[in-house]
Every structure is written in C-alpha cells, then in structure tokens.
Design a protein around this ligand. Structure first.
Ligand SMILES: [Zn+2]
Length: 445
C-alpha cells in the first residue's frame, strides 16, 4: 500500500517524516485522522441528503520497522568539566579516559611550569571530546609567574600530547547599571543588582572623602558604567569603573575615570577636578608606575592581566616611605612577596610593600609610623623578575587600585583636560540615559 498516494500528503512532507528518526511512529498515529477526512470527502452528495454511509474495513498491514542506526558521532566538541577535590591534572586525564602511562609521560615532558598545571578544586576546564569518549584537548585559565592570566591549552596532535600557555584574547565592553535604594543598605541593593564586589569596592572609595556609601537612604540612586571583559563572549573579569553617579538626598555626585597612562588613572568630576584627595605622598618618590592594577585588558598585547597592586620601577636600594600614618602589622620575609611590610592606616585600609632588598631599622609589627617615614629599600626578593616595589592597597581586605584609591591624585594638564572632556561627555550621556530609566534596577548591556 502506498501511503503517500492515499493520504495525498505533500511529497516534501512525507520525505521529511520518513527521514526523521521517530517519524514512522508519527505517521502511523496520524492515519486514523486522515482516514476520517478521506471518508467525508468521498460521501455521496445528492439532493436528498442521506446519512453518510461509512464503510469500515479493517486492514492489517505489516510495516517494516525503520532500521535504527545508533550513530556515535566522532566529531569532537567542547564541554565544561569541573576539577574535583584533591584532583590533579594527571588524575583528571585518567578520569577522562587518558591512560595512566600516557598522562604521566605528558606531565613529565611538558614544557610548562608545574604551577601552570596546578589545578584548584572547582576550577572549570573546557574539554574537547567526542561521543566515543575520546579526548582531544583541554583548556583552562591560570595565572603565570608574573600574575598574568593565561590560557593553558593541552592538545593531542599526531598521537602526542602538547601544551601551550598564551595570553587571553579578551574584549572589553561597557556594562551599565542603575540601582535605586528601596529598603536596606546600598551595598545590598548593589549586590542584588549584580554589581560585582570589586566594582562595589571601587565605588566605595571614590566618594569616601565626601560620604560613606552606607549613609544612602531609600529613594537615593546609583548609576554606574563599568568595563566588563569578555572571553569567548562570556564575562570573565571586570575592568575599571568608568563613571559613577550618586543621587543622595537630592544632590548629585559624579565621578569619571581618566587614565593618565596605560597603567594608572584617577577620578575627576565633570569640571576635571579630582574627586578624591588620597595620600599626600607616594611610597617611592618620583618613580613611575611600571605595571598597573587589576584584571585589565591590555590594548597592545590583547591580553588580560591580573595584578593585585601596582609596581613602581626603581633601582635596588631606593628608599620606600610610608605614604600615610599607620601601624606596622607585618615586617617579615615571605616566599612570594620576599621582604614585605604591611601598614594598617585605619580600621578599613592597609597597604603592603613587597620585594624589599632590606627593611629600615626597627621595622616590626606594632610599631607606629608617620607619613614620610622610611620603612625599607627597593629590591627583588621573593617571586620577582627584577628590582621594583610591589605596592598594594586593601580596603576591608579587598585589593583596590592604589592609583585611584590611595595615591595622590595629580591635576590635569591642558591637553589632559581636553582628552578628559571628550571621554567624560560620552560617559555623561550614558549616565543621563540611566538616570531617565524609571525602573528599580536597570541593566543595559
Ligand atoms: Zn606587582
């Protein structure tokens, strides 16, 4: 029996049904329905309508079952895998089906440092595999010796496992948030609105000289524009908070980020005046910042760098001074930071000085220091590639950008003012857009 003819289904439709995996089931299931329609269509249609006579005939037809081909695809695809507690790369490779000897041979011969291949529990890896469970490669993000985030790629080529570590190619986009304080604190409202904790810490510091963010009341509003760094289309890190506006008790406060160079910047109001005073001195006088803070996109290298402080370029033996009054909480030798001093300035803020060649006389925990007092000398102790001061600022134990949070904010030169005006006008129109949105939490990205 030719079902195609009987049902007069469009050939393309039949073709589609037959080619579809479970379509035979669907075709059989629809038969009674089509049969009924056909019956009405052939009923006699005279002047005197007679009740339609329906011939019912049972037909038993043996239908051949479609051949089910279980097609295990050999096409490789990527999926995510999480590192389990206590799992090493070798064990992970075993779990994914790579033989013990093979995984071990690869790990022993890998040109990458042991640190780059060290995995943390919960870390996500992308695994390239196929339906047959064959492993072709895996990729994950890790920090290299310089604190730069790199993409570690382990791939099988011509039967041999190979590894490489390269800077990430990321893309920076602007994320905008508008947050109304309804009830509760500003920090709860910001967190509910999905504003990341490092951006919240930056925001806290920008206006710290004027007011505490905790003093915001229901009805006040915060508008933010910040950088999100995307990798393969997914956000993996935040860059700078580019513009912030706080409407507090009917008064508006605005701040715009201006980069002095590729490594540091500060916040200015719409007239180009610095928003925050900061320390009155730098820890190394006259030195330039050779490496900036944070997870930031490097416009030339197209890479993402993660750095918890700033580095000052200075020769071994250059004096390091306390930039503000405080009490020393740490003066010791550590494996990473080398000779390191930590100063607590108030209940919220502390600063750290790493890689010193030596301490100034009398440096010990509990000692009070005054702004401008010598605390040690620039060096290259600990994990360091050359003489420099690694300087960190922590607010409530969260590392913040020293150049925007603590260091003296330099005034803008005439040409910098011009450049500032150009960037701030664009950011200001973004803030205006946010201001005019009549919702509690706005998200524009
Ligand atoms: Zn550093």
């Amino acid at each position: 029996m030719d079902y195609r003819k009987l049902l007069q289904l469009p050939q393309s439709c039949v073709h589609r049904l037959i080619n579809h995996h479970l379509s035979w089931l669907g075709l059989v299931a629809t038969l009674p329905l089509f049969g009924l329609v056909t019956a009405f269509a052939v009923a006699p249609n005279g002047d005197k309508p007679e009740p339609p006579r329906i011939d019912v005939e049972s037909v038993t037809q043996r239908l051949a079952l479609p051949v089910h081909t279980s097609s295990i695809s050999t096409t490789p695809y990527w999926r995510d895998e999480q590192i389990q507690r206590g799992e090493t790369l070798g064990r992970l490779l075993n779990r994914l089906g790579v033989g013990d000897g093979e995984a071990q041979r690869f790990l022993n011969s890998s040109p990458l440092s042991k640190n780059l291949l060290k995995l943390k529990a919960g870390q996500t890896l992308s695994v390239q595999t196929n339906d047959a469970g064959e492993l072709f490669g895996l990729r994950f993000l890790n920090d290299d010796e310089n604190g730069e985030m790199v993409m570690v790629a382990i791939e099988k080529a011509n039967g041999e496992w190979r590894a490489s570590a390269d800077p990430l190619e990321t893309q920076a986009i602007q994320t905008m948030r508008s947050v109304s304080i309804e009830s509760g604190s500003a920090s709860v409202a910001l967190s509910r609105a999905g504003v990341p904790s490092d951006i919240r810490a930056q925001l806290n510091e920008i206006f710290a000289d004027r007011f505490d963010l905790a003093s915001l009341q229901p009805g006040d509003r915060i508008n933010l524009v910040f950088e999100s760094l995307l990798f393969n289309g997914s956000p993996i890190a935040n860059g700078n908070l580019l513009a912030a506006e706080i409407e507090r008790s009917g008064q508006s406060y605005r701040a715009y980020y201006f980069a002095h160079d590729s490594e540091s910047g500060a916040y200015y109001d719409e007239n180009g005046n610095s928003v925050k005073k900061g320390f009155s001195q730098q820890p190394v006088s006259g030195a330039r910042i050779s490496s900036g803070f944070g997870m930031r996109y490097h416009p030339v290298l197209h890479s993402l760098r993660m750095h918890k402080g700033v580095d000052y370029a200075a020769g071994t033996g250059t004096p390091i001074i306390a930039p503000a009054d405080g009490v020393i909480t740490t003066a010791e030798t550590q494996s990473g930071y080398g000779n390191v001093v930590v100063i607590r300035h108030n209940t919220k803020m502390s600063t750290l000085y790493g890689h010193m060649s030596r301490f100034a006389a009398g440096m010990r925990a509990g000692k009070s220091v005054k702004a401008g007092e010598l605390i040690g000398y620039v060096g290259s102790t600990g994990r360091s590639t050359g003489p420099h001061l690694h300087f960190e600022v922590r607010i409530n134990d969260e590392a913040v950008d020293p150049s925007t949070a603590a260091l003296p904010t330099p005034g803008l030169s005439a040409s910098q003012r011009l450049a500032f005006r150009q960037t701030s006008v664009k950011l200001s129109s973004n803030l205006k857009l946010l201001r005019e949105l009549p919702v509690t939490v706005a998200q524009l990205d």
